[in-house]
Design a protein around this ligand. Structure first.
Ligand SMILES: [Zn+2]
Length: 411
């Protein structure tokens, strides 16, 4: 969630017709910027970035925690919090064994894609033989099923209650618990029904209700902002941003009534090289003359009308009897002849992915730019609110965030 994401979101969210652009929650708590480079690359991946944020140490891309041969015994913020008497929790819209949540609990240089291996680390206990976590909410039960012979039995041994009600978290009572939102990977917000789109918000709200009155360390990740960036899907990214912004609003409101809480919001890196404005091909005959003449513009109103991810739109187009009508129903965009031909050819010849063409059309029409399908090295924003939030102002490295949090947790 680099700066282009929070900026694009501000324009996307500003639905009125005045020239004045409204604020988002991100405007109200900006503290500074942080660098995200990893031990072996200017461009980090999620594993190395999460390790930096969770432990204050840089590691190589692809690794959760430092390799054992680094010779350093690292501790994570979650572990120190637990040791100092805090309740601890992780919640994510990815699998709970995915890089970011995993780095707060797994150590020892696991390859990030070995999620079943990482699942075992969740059950490595404190010196007192207790679980390191009280609350886990996320997808990916399958990795725990893979990791343990009888996972229900394992859970029982640790006094752990398992919930499997998706994002319906109302009936959760007591700690410790794991709430699986899906067996495998959870879907995008934009592909959920209207009332189920706010998953990060719901996880945040319910976690705070359950932790009320206790000292706690809670890490919540809006995991799929990054995934939409990887596929260069702006509608998908803005729907995830909307969910995430709502979660931040909930957390911020909580801090207003709990002034001893510190809220930090940041990104592990940015993705896709999102640009608010893209080069317009002056020779592109598929655009009208008026369209070609406009260089300095971005159209959030086009993005706001997108109703599904490019995966879901491509699937609908492949199953459709009327490509024009289907595309319009999902995007409010009327295809020109060239665009229609591109899609129908891709469906028949399978020469290019339909999903890629869908994104190309939406990006071209909205003037959204992307430079890569991977991550980028741009600095990301640090947002802070509440107790000791001033300590996070200015420029930092991502490891500094962890170091400052270690100090605060040890006070
Ligand atoms: Zn990524």
């Amino acid at each position: 969630m680099g700066p282009a994401y929070t900026t694009a979101y501000r324009y996307y969210k500003d639905s009125d017709t005045t020239n004045k652009i409204g604020k988002t929650v991100f405007n109200t708590m900006l503290a500074g910027m942080n660098s995200t480079y990893s031990h072996n690359s200017i461009i980090t991946d999620s594993a190395a970035a999460a390790t930096a944020l969770a432990s204050g140490y840089k590691t190589d891309n692809g690794l959760i925690g430092l390799k054992k041969d680094h010779g350093q015994k690292i501790q994570t913020l979650l572990e120190i919090a637990k040791r100092n008497g805090y309740m601890t929790g992780l919640a994510a819209t990815s699998t709970i064994t995915h890089a970011t949540p995993a780095a707060f609990i797994a150590k020892g240089g696991h390859p990030r894609n070995k999620e079943a291996e990482i699942a075992k680390d969740f059950f490595k206990t404190t010196p007192e033989g207790k679980l390191k976590f009280d609350l886990l909410i996320g997808g990916g039960e399958k990795y725990f099923a893979e990791a343990f012979k009888d996972f229900n039995q394992t859970a029982q041994e640790y006094g752990l209650t398992i919930y499997r009600n998706g994002y319906d978290l109302e009936n959760i009572k007591g700690f410790p618990f794991m709430a699986f939102t899906s067996y495998d990977y959870p879907p995008f917000a934009i592909d959920e029904t209207e009332e189920n789109r706010y998953r990060v918000a719901r996880m945040t709200e319910r976690s705070l209700e359950l932790l009320e009155g206790k000292p706690f360390f809670l890490m919540v990740e809006g995991s799929q902002i990054d995934w939409c960036g990887h596929i260069n899907d702006i509608g998908c990214a803005m729907a995830e941003m909307d969910d995430f912004a709502k979660a931040v609003e909930i957390a911020k409101t909580y801090v207003d009534t709990h002034p001893d809480i510190l809220l930090i919001v940041t990104a592990d890196h940015s993705t896709g090289g999102l640009a608010i404005g893209d080069k317009v091909d002056k020779k592109d005959k598929s655009l009208s003359e008026a369209e070609r003449a406009k260089t300095y513009t971005w159209y959030p109103e086009i993005v706001a009308k997108i109703k599904a991810s490019s995966y879901a739109i491509a699937k609908a187009l492949r199953e459709s009897q009327d490509v024009n009508a289907t595309f319009k129903a999902y995007t409010s965009i009327t295809l020109n002849e060239n665009e229609y031909r591109q899609i129908t050819q891709a469906i028949v010849k399978k020469d290019k992915k339909v999903r890629v063409i869908v994104n190309e059309i939406i990006n071209r029409r909205s003037h959204t730019g992307w430079s890569t399908q991977g991550h980028t090295a741009i600095d990301v924003q640090t947002f802070s609110y509440g107790k000791e939030s001033r300590k996070f102002r200015g420029f930092m490295d991502n490891t500094d965030i962890a170091k400052k949090l270690f100090d605060i947790l040890s006070e």
